[in-house]
Design a protein around this ligand. Sequence first.
Ligand code: DAT
Ligand code: MG
Length: 143
Amino acid sequence: MIKPDGVQRHLVGEIISRFEAKGFTLVGLKMMKVSRELAEQHYDVHKGKSFFSSLVDFIISAPVIAMIWEGENVVAAARKIIGATDPINAEPGSIRGDFGVSIGRNLIHGSDAIETARREIELWFKEEELVGWEPVRQSWLYE
Ligand code: DAT
Ligand code: MG
């Protein structure tokens, strides 16, 4: 999910192009204003932490881009493409390393495990919003 700062900073194309160029396939995409309820559910694991309420306020403060990317090891690879949670620790070349300055404005969320991705896809998307298709470049990406 491209967070409100990514949208406000006009980095949507830049961020999407990194996942495309790596070889992942976009199978779901929508721009939306997030309800407080969805934001709270999404960040359920952080409930009770000091940053929870400011995080939720931030996520609902402007539109986000929700995306589903498909491909081999996509969850682990996406975490690397995204970079460490605190941009100060994120490697240059990663999205947070290249564009982020502060932990509360780190541009993008990525699921941290396959199970989490399943839960988040169900939370964010309706069944009919998932678009299965067969990219022609697959044999040039995978042995
Ligand atoms: P990630 O987004 O890398 O999965 P996370 O799940 O630990 O990181 O935290 C979710 C978001 O909460 C994170 O992207 C930014 C915010 N956050 C995490 N730790 C924070 C902190 N110590 N202070 C402020 N915001 C924080
Ligand atoms: Mg997380």
